[in-house]
Design a protein around this ligand. Structure first.
Ligand code: CA
Length: 247
């Protein structure tokens, strides 16, 4: 298995600072997006803490040869460690009280031809395969709960004024509950990890269209996703990490 990636992050058209972070270790196949909250100088600290803890930590775990359940356990431990790190920092620095972050991390496992995703919050992981886009992750938001109960449609949820209210995030409670997803990878698969500044601005149909039009060019896809989100209003910081499995 080989892959290419492109990461793009932009402040958007409304916000004054970019609280999103992303991390890529293309050699080991570790990619993550984190969307910080809590205001300038707080949200970006929270998203950086998780990026710098989980990203290199998983790279190290892969180097150590951890796989399967041991790797998953390490991932959960690293996420828990970053949660504690955010809480501690917020406790020490009053201007950072209440800061938090989402996390969506993708790990590619070439020996077994699979991927592993860990997710907390509303940053998404999508898979584009054979011209079809599917959302791998499930948002941890009040609005998503309403979608699942049938009270809102997916389109209503995207524009909903409460769409940013999270039911889970890092930095809010002592314990963190992480969702894990794992499945097979096929040549040609494109993964998109993104903050809600992308998924809140663009429908799945539009994301699929951009990926199809890119012809598999990850740079072009990443650039066009961010540009399209800004053209649609750019209401929030927008981050897109595009990873394409080439063989
Ligand atoms: Ca956001």
């Amino acid at each position: 298995m080989e892959w290419q990636y492109a990461g793009k992050s932009d402040v958007g058209r409304v916000r004054r600072s970019n609280e999103d972070s992303y991390y890529a270790d293309p050699e080991r196949g570790v990619f993550l997006v984190a969307d910080g909250m809590g205001g300038h100088a707080a949200g970006e600290v929270a998203s950086e803490i998780v990026s710098e803890t989980v990203g290199p930590g998983i790279g190290q775990a892969l180097e150590e040869g951890l796989r399967d359940e041991a790797l998953e356990r390490r991932l959960l431990d690293l996420i828990s460690e970053s949660n504690t790190g955010i809480l501690r920092r917020a406790d020490e620095e009053p201007d950072k009280r209440g800061m938090g972050t989402t996390l969506t991390v993708l790990v590619l496992l070439p020996e077994v031809g699979r991927y592993l995703i860990g997710q907390v919050g509303d940053s998404r992981g999508y898979l584009f395969r054979d011209g079809e886009l599917s959302q791998i992750t499930r948002d941890h938001t009040v609005v998503q709960q309403q979608v699942e109960q049938g009270a809102l449609t997916v389109d209503e949820a995207r524009d909903h004024p409460l769409s940013h209210i999270l039911t889970r995030a890092l930095g809010t409670e002592e314990q963190v509950d992480t969702d894990i997803y794992s499945d097979d990878v096929q040549p040609g698969d494109m993964f998109v990890l993104c903050s809600d500044g992308l998924s809140g601005m663009l429908s799945d149909e539009r994301i699929a269209e951009v990926l199809a039009e890119s012809g598999g060019d990850v740079e072009e896809a990443g650039e066009e996703l961010v540009t399209s989100a800004n053209q649609a209003g750019g209401q929030d910081n927008v981050t897109a990490l595009v990873v394409r499995v080439t063989e």
